[in-house]
Design a protein around this ligand. Structure first.
Ligand SMILES: Nc1nc2c(ncn2[C@@H]2O[C@H](COP(=O)(O)O)[C@@H](O)[C@H]2O)c(=O)[nH]1
Ligand SMILES: [Mg+2]
Length: 179
């Protein structure tokens, strides 16, 4: 385990197994449908690429980037688009792929934005959710794991640009982000 972590929450094998289950469910739910997978950069990229390879349906890839966290470990509460989608989603089945829902502020802003673009359907897949931190209710269609109120890194999730390449998900020692 990385020395900046206090514990591992999910091993590489546990994540792989859960992503397989989610992909199988999505494949079932979208029978005879094409999907536009929209990844929320950058934290969702690892989950996105693993999930996409399990889904046995025609999929297109697109990405969006919003800011809500800056370099700290708590949300600023202000959301803004940093990189928009490359293509219109009008008439498409959009599956938004996110790394983690914390307060719900980012998604409560992003989901209506995609719906307003006249997608045929908009659903949400998140790898992690921290229900005890929720400030805004967000309907989740596919949820990997519920986790307690802790700042986690690995498998795409970063702190100040670091730890994204860890193959597991772990809790960062508070002394690392309170330095
Ligand atoms: N590396 C981590 N990033 C986190 C964590 N909790 C939230 N986040 C980031 O914030 C947004 C969503 O925040 P929200 O408050 O608007 O729901 C999420 O996409 C992450 O980028 C965390 O524990 N570790
Ligand atoms: Mg994210």
């Amino acid at each position: 385990m990385h020395s900046d972590l206090q514990e591992i929450l999910f091993t590489e094998e546990q994540i792989k197994q859960r992503v397989r289950e989610m992909g199988a469910q999505i494949t079932k739910d979208y029978a005879n449908e094409e999907i536009v997978l929209v990844g929320v950069l950058k934290g969702a990229v690892t989950f996105f690429t693993d999930l996409a390879r399990i889904i046995d349906r025609p999929v297109a890839f697109d990405f969006i980037s919003c800011s809500s966290y800056g370099s700290g470990a708590t949300s600023s509460g202000q959301v803004a688009i940093k990189k928009d989608l490359d293509k219109s989603v009008e008439g498409k089945n959009v599956l938004l792929v996110e790394d983690i829902i914390d307060t719900g502020i980012t998604l409560s802003w992003l989901l209506p934005l995609l719906r307003a673009r006249k997608a045929k359907s908009v659903k949400l897949a998140t790898l992690l959710s921290k229900p005890s931190r929720r400030k805004v209710d967000v309907p989740v269609d596919y949820n990997g794991f519920e986790i307690p109120d802790a700042f986690v890194v690995g498998y795409g999730l970063d702190y100040d640009g670091r730890y994204r390449n860890l193959p597991y998900i772990g809790v960062l020692k508070p002394e690392v982000y309170s330095k």
